[in-house]
Design a protein around this ligand. Structure first.
Ligand code: 3YP
Ligand code: ZN
Length: 366
């Protein structure tokens, strides 16, 4: 069966303005890109085309999320604030001062949430076996009342809530492999036992002070939130160990109907915003592991929705490797230079990575 793919040109038009990274441009900071610029994503989409993958994928059309979809996750105040600032010719900020958007930014943010919705619906309808929504702006940091960390609306959460509105019995597991903590998705489902949220992230990178092992859900949701903070420097070996020891057993215990992956490629070895060392082949292997789990547990149903990843040259390679694995369509995008990065010493599992994973196993009796 087939793999769905979402991209819309407007995702490349989400305007984060001129910054020095995330510092606003000024007489002290020469205007340059915001970290969350379009480039890594437009180049990912370009490589999907040029690699030949796109003709084997099922295009899924993104339509804007409706207000009622956004309001299943966000407060009316947050939605109103985005809409209002969106009218401003200079746009605005989604809440934390580092999440800028341009004039009519609401339209693009609603389309990003809508892309995640469309991809999840296609998987649940059985139109496709699995799907990748290459959306922008990202979503996993957005909390009900505020946007943050480059995220305006919680794209994955909005898609999940909409699917559950149509089918109240739907059990969803999220496996967030973006290098940052999926704090927004976590907060939205914190007391909800129907959605298991798992986040693998660099320990205490962003947001600071969230994503510790002891954050495990509350009330009826206690135990249905699993945080896997990994030490800086973790490479393919540490990630695969965490997947095999924690993620896969937790998925087996939960028995989801579908797996949703907030997918950032900022744990990659070339990312400027984090200090991990995952390579494109590492992402491919993690994809295989999730596909096998999905096959075993939920008819192969797997949806990925794009989050971070800031290496304009490497994100496309990681992304296309993931899509190639998901679709079973071979691609030839790995330059021979990449082999060197797959054999670096940081891919070996270390005792302190084992410690970090064991702490999660103990917390969750896995
Ligand atoms: C947000 C502000 C500082 C770090 C940045 C992280 C954005 C991201 O990729 N989140 O997944
Ligand atoms: Zn990230």
């Amino acid at each position: 069966m087939s793999t769905g793919y979402v991209w819309h040109e407007l995702y490349g038009w989400h305007d984060t303005g001129t910054h020095g990274g995330f510092i606003p441009a000024s007489a002290k900071t020469q205007p340059h890109h915001h970290f969350e610029s379009a480039e890594s994503k437009t180049r990912f989409n370009s490589l999907v085309e040029v690699s030949g993958l796109s003709k084997h994928l099922v295009r899924i059309e993104a339509t804007p999320a409706m207000d009622e979809d956004i309001l299943r996750v966000h407060t009316p105040e947050h939605l109103a604030s985005i809409k209002e600032q969106s009218e401003n010719i200079r746009g605005g900020d989604a809440g934390d001062g580092t999440t800028p958007f341009g004039h009519q930014g609401f339209v693009i943010a609603a389309l990003a949430a809508g892309g995640s919705i469309a991809a999840l619906e296609a998987v649940l309808d059985g139109r496709v076996k699995n799907a990748y929504a290459l959306v922008r702006p990202p979503g996993h940091h957005a909390r009900p009342e505020i946007g943050m960390g480059f995220c305006m609306f919680g794209n994955a959460a909005i898609a999940i809530k909409k699917a559950q509105a149509a089918n109240p019995d739907l059990r969803v597991a999220t496996v967030d492999w973006d290098v940052h903590h999926g704090n927004g998705t976590q907060a939205i489902f914190y007391d909800d036992p129907s959605v298991l949220t798992i986040s693998l992230h660099q320990n205490d990178l962003y947001p600071r002070g969230t994503g510790a092992v002891f954050e495990r859900g509350e009330g009826a949701g206690d135990g249905y939130c699993i945080n896997i903070p990994l030490p800086a420097g973790t490479g393919n070996g540490g990630y695969q160990y965490a997947m095999a020891e924690v993620v896969i057993p937790a998925l087996r215990r939960f028995q989801p109907d579908v797996i949703v992956v907030p997918s950032g490629f900022d744990a990659s070895i070339f990312d400027p915003l984090a200090r991990m060392s995952v390579t494109a082949s590492g992402y491919r292997i993690m994809t295989r592991m999730l596909m096998d789990a999905a096959e075993e547990l939920c008819g192969g149903r797997l949806m990925m929705t794009h989050e971070g990843g800031y290496s304009a040259s490497y994100v496309p390679v990681c992304g296309v490797e993931v899509l190639s694995e998901m679709s079973g369509v071979p691609v030839d995008v790995i330059h021979e230079f990449h082999a060197d990065f797959d054999t670096m010493p940081e891919h070996e599992l270390t005792p302190w990575q084992v410690e970090a994973v064991k702490a999660v196993l103990a917390e969750h009796s896995l």
